[in-house]
Design a protein around this ligand. Structure first.
Ligand code: ADP
Ligand code: MG
Length: 354
């Protein structure tokens, strides 16, 4: 009774905020409001003064167009906090946005999603950055776990659930049962790697240099891992290697298949490796229940079919794969006490030690 009243008061006084701190996109959920922000994880920094000039979509639009002293950085590289101060500024920006949407007196309680397999030092960095950015309480959850919860998979049941979260910097391949991770692998083959594959391929085959943004556009427009009846094609503009002048070429789905084939094979290999070390009972659950794809990479056309063919397991694409993690944080925040055991414990918090 007393606890309920206390909780009601706290709800009134402080926000509960969920953050998906992705390598490509950052999303924010505010309890009672839903997803209030979905922007690229980019920060523009003035190198002369060290000041942050812009964050999110505004900073992304500056990518490749900044004067020399302003650099646009992605502070989370390959799923790891590469620049602590900039990450802190970024989280500060996110919390500020959340606090403007829903004004509260006290500092918010924040749940942050981090990639699986992150080290203690990295977790601490995220925890500290969030605290310094104004949070009164910080909780950390592994992104694939949050994604599984966001997809409403029965993670607490004694059955194996397999989730593959393909983001910008990394792909997380995890098997969850009884609220814990049974086996997992984190590989650096994801959206950014495919973009780089496309840049190299176009340089080698067409002798033009394209930028990252162009590569990303080409990828999302024409990537198809299985050839269809109607070929897909799109224009790519870049700089001619020989003349140094602008040039435009047509790129097809077949080009992109060639460009990314190595990476796709390596990704499939990684999935097979996880399956190989999974206990037989759990494996049989997964064969029956299937594999769930999430993250932006789940939208790669043909990936689910190829994975299914290679592993002989049904593969499903999550609804709204780009928002699974942040929706999961929203579900966890509703019943934080109940979910305490699946969160990454704070090694400084004595109450968590047993
Ligand atoms: P992160 O969690 O690391 O921030 P996301 O889950 O937001 O990553 O996914 C971003 C990645 O998904 C980017 O590399 C982007 O290019 C890729 N992506 C988004 N949509 C598509 C699509 N339709 N086809 C292929 N890749 C896509
Ligand atoms: Mg992600």
């Amino acid at each position: 009774m007393f606890k309920n009243k206390w909780e009601q008061w706290m709800r009134f006084l402080r926000n509960d905020i969920g953050i998906d701190l992705g390598t490509a996109n950052m999303l924010v959920y505010v309890k009672g409001k839903g997803i209030i922000l979905n922007e690229p994880s980019v920060v523009a920094v003035n190198q002369k003064t060290g000041q942050v000039v812009a964050v999110g979509i505004e900073a992304k639009n500056m990518l490749g167009r900044t004067p020399p002293h302003i650099i646009a950085v992605r502070p989370i590289v390959e799923g790891v906090v590469s620049d602590f101060e900039v990450t802190e500024e970024m989280i500060h920006y996110l919390l500020n946005k959340a606090q403007t949407v829903s004004k509260k007196i006290l500092g918010p309680r924040v749940l942050v999603g981090v990639p699986s397999g992150i080290t203690n030092v990295e977790t601490r960095a995220v925890r500290d950055a969030t605290k310094n950015a104004g949070a009164s309480e910080v909780h950390i959850v592994e992104e694939p776990m949050s994604a599984a919860i966001g997809m409403h998979l029965p993670i607490r049941d004694p059955v194996g659930n397999m989730v593959i979260d393909i983001g910008g910097g990394t792909a997380d391949i995890v098997i969850i049962s009884l609220g814990g991770v049974v086996s997992s692998k984190n590989v650096k083959i994801a959206g950014d790697k495919l973009n780089n594959d496309i840049i190299s391929y176009i340089r080698n085959e067409f002798k033009i240099i394209i930028g990252e943004k162009t590569a990303e556009n080409v990828k999302t427009c024409v990537i198809a891992l299985l050839s269809g009846e109607i070929p897909l094609e799109t224009k790519a503009r870049g700089r001619d290697l020989v003349t140094g002048l602008p040039k435009e070429v047509m790129v097809t789905d077949s080009d992109i298949r060639d460009a990314v084939s190595h990476s796709v094979e390596a990704l499939i290999e990684a999935v097979k490796e996880v399956l190989e070390v999974t206990p037989p009972e759990v494996l049989s659950d997964i064969m029956r229940r299937g594999v769930y794809l999430t993250g932006g990479g789940a939208l790669i056309k043909g990936l689910s079919d190829i994975l299914s063919e290679e592993t002989k397991i049904p593969v499903y694409i999550a609804d709204n794969p780009l928002t699974c993690v942040v929706r999961g944080t929203g579900i966890i925040l509703e019943k934080l006490e109940e979910y305490k055991d699946i969160l990454i414990a704070d090694e400084n918090d004595i109450s968590n030690k047993t």
